[in-house]
Design a binder for this molecule. Structure first.
Ligand SMILES: C[S@@+](CC[C@H](N)C(=O)[O-])C[C@H]1O[C@@H](n2cnc3c(N)ncnc32)[C@H](O)[C@@H]1O
Length: 287
């Protein structure tokens, strides 16, 4: 088999998936810094400021600069708060967070979730573990360092799950960079976990899934900037709501859409409010 390629056994087909190169990994890992910086700057969400302070102390200040003219920080707050609402209201004690980056969900959900498992690429995962252990040494979260498109990471995730507890699996700012092939791979892994343990998968709605908004100059510029920064061209290929719904349904999921929480601390304009009104989160359940 070609190096850097993983072979996946899907139910009806075999998918050859190309894993990320080192340069791609570095570029996409750095996208996690500005999102937590936006939360630290605009919200009172606990631990964000402490995390950013530690990153600045490690001489990585340029990675946490938020460009306010292009910023869509209110969407970062929106997805953060909606995720915690779904987990708390559903009473999920077991969680898998994909592409967790540096956000402090595990810290802020410690009263609800007893088995918190997060996965990210190695550099971010190790940095997060170190920072969180300094901030809250008693927190017993699991940090899986790996590629979510690699079946080895899923063997580890499966081995950390406890029987008898439904699992909330979620991703913020990750699926927006995915190809259809990658989503199919994730759908296989997630579907198997939900079928065995019960639970759900959820992700935020994103501008990538709203091609109808790309005529707005700020949105177009944001798409270009994020594509360049992440070195990921999937982001600039929009998918419609209908196509994405069909994709998940074809993978065997029941798709529900929910209105997001709109009481936000981050300021947003009247134009942003119109964007906000079009978004609905994605909740997927096993059939
Ligand atoms: C935009 S950041 C979002 C981070 C965090 N969820 C948030 O909302 O701030 C995307 C995250 O996904 C991680 N990521 C991207 N591709 C990944 C992959 N193939 N496997 C694991 N993590 C990945 C990146 O390292 C980064 O931490």
């Amino acid at each position: 088999m070609e190096k850097n390629v993983t072979l996946v056994n899907a139910s009806h087909m075999r998918i050859f998936m190309k894993l990320l190169t080192q340069a791609e990994k570095e570029a996409i890992q750095y996208t996690a810094y500005r999102t937590v910086a936006a939360l630290a700057k605009n919200t009172s969400i606990p631990y964000c400021r402490e995390i950013i302070q530690r990153i600045i102390e490690e001489n990585q200040a340029e990675l946490v600069e938020v460009n306010s003219s292009l910023s869509l920080s209110y969407l970062v707050e929106l997805r953060y708060k909606t995720s915690e609402k779904i987990i708390k209201e559903g009473g999920y004690q077991q969680v898998i967070e994909l592409g967790a980056g540096l956000t402090p969900h595990a810290l802020n959900l410690k009263q609800t979730v007893s088995n918190y498992i997060e996965v990210d690429l190695e550099e971010n995962s190790c940095l997060k573990r170190r920072i969180v252990q300094e901030l809250e040494p008693s927190l017993a979260a699991h940090y899986v360092a790996g590629d979510v498109f690699d079946s080895h990471a899923w063997s580890t995730l499966n081995s950390l799950l406890k029987p008898g507890l439904p699992v909330a699996i979620f991703a913020e700012g990750l699926l927006i960079y995915s190809s259809q092939e990658q989503r199919r791979f994730l759908g296989e892994q997630i579907g198997a976990i939900i079928a065995e343990h019960d639970g759900l998968f959820f992700m935020e709605d994103s501008l990538r899934f709203h091609p109808e908004l790309q005529w707005i100059p700020k949105i177009k510029q944001f798409t270009i900037a994020l594509t360049n920064k992440s070195k990921n061209t999937n982001y600039s290929e929009p998918i419609t709501q209908e196509d994405l719904t069909q994709e998940w349904q074809d993978m065997g999921f029941i798709v529900k859409r929910i209105e997001p929480e709109k009481k936000l601390e981050t300021a947003y304009s009247a134009e942003d409010e119109q964007i906000l009104d079009t978004l609905k989160h994605w909740l997927l359940f096993a059939r």
